[in-house]
Write a protein that binds this ligand. Sequence first.
Ligand SMILES: NC(=O)c1ccc[n+]([C@@H]2O[C@H](COP(=O)([O-])OP(=O)(O)OC[C@H]3O[C@@H](n4cnc5c(N)ncnc54)[C@H](OP(=O)(O)O)[C@@H]3O)[C@@H](O)[C@H]2O)c1
Length: 259
Amino acid sequence: MKTALITGASNGIGLELAKVHAENGGNLVLVARNEEKLMSLKTELESQYSVKVYVIGKDLSLPNAAQEVYDETQRNGIIVDYLINNAGFGDFGFFAETDWNKELKMINLNITALTQFTKLYVKEMVKRGNGKIMNVASTAAFQPGPLMAVYFATKAYVLHFSEALDNEVRDKGISVTALCPGATVSGFQAAADMEDSALFKSKNLPTSKDVAIFGYKAMLKGKTVAIHGIMNWIMAESIRFAPRSFVVKIARMLQKKVN
Ligand SMILES: NC(=O)c1ccc[n+]([C@@H]2O[C@H](COP(=O)([O-])OP(=O)(O)OC[C@H]3O[C@@H](n4cnc5c(N)ncnc54)[C@H](OP(=O)(O)O)[C@@H]3O)[C@@H](O)[C@H]2O)c1
């Protein structure tokens, strides 16, 4: 029975990943700020499947939060087979006008906590000679993103970091998957203040469940980069052949708010 630690499991893609893992008969460590939501997910999953769910309420944008979570799992003798760094958020607006404190929290969560979690658990995985890591990046990782400059840059970090680490640990029995969803129905849009963005106006957006099922399968297969959706895949791949200035203009057009 494999144990998965999932950050950002109280909502959206992370919550659905927790359900998919429980359905597969795996134990869970769920981490997010909203402990109440995590506890009700624990009750739901433990009553539906024969799995154990351990809940840790934590603000992962605070310094050393990942270390505190790691210490708690160590104290409780929990071996993490799958580390899923999913928690993350964005912010919409001109960089000259956006709120630095929100951006600092974003960098702390999307980059620092993700990297620290990976550092702590990958060491254990290397010692054991097995383990899987999934880092939730985004299709935002493939190009610069005007009007969400910091968010896009954090996701470029996640993608590059994951690919490099995968190359380092693959021969040690470990795989690292960068899951790259495109626009997906979740709490993300509200948190990033971008419900009116052209990107999210499409009626046919995938659900968090669609993305979670796709990502979970990709992680089990040990895929390095998993882009959800054929159109997203074509966009992400074709960008390499287009002039960078053109790509940035298109990205801005898609980000723009439409009413
Ligand atoms: N939805 C999209 O369109 C989309 C597209 C590409 C990539 N992604 C990525 O997918 C991942 C999951 O996002 P989502 O779409 O599922 O959004 P969501 O519904 O807003 O869920 C975000 C999760 O992260 C947790 N979180 C936020 N701030 C946190 C903090 N400071 N400490 C601990 N946990 C925190 C939230 O829980 P609490 O509020 O309880 O802390 C929640 O469980 C993110 O990395 C996001 O960047 C999303």
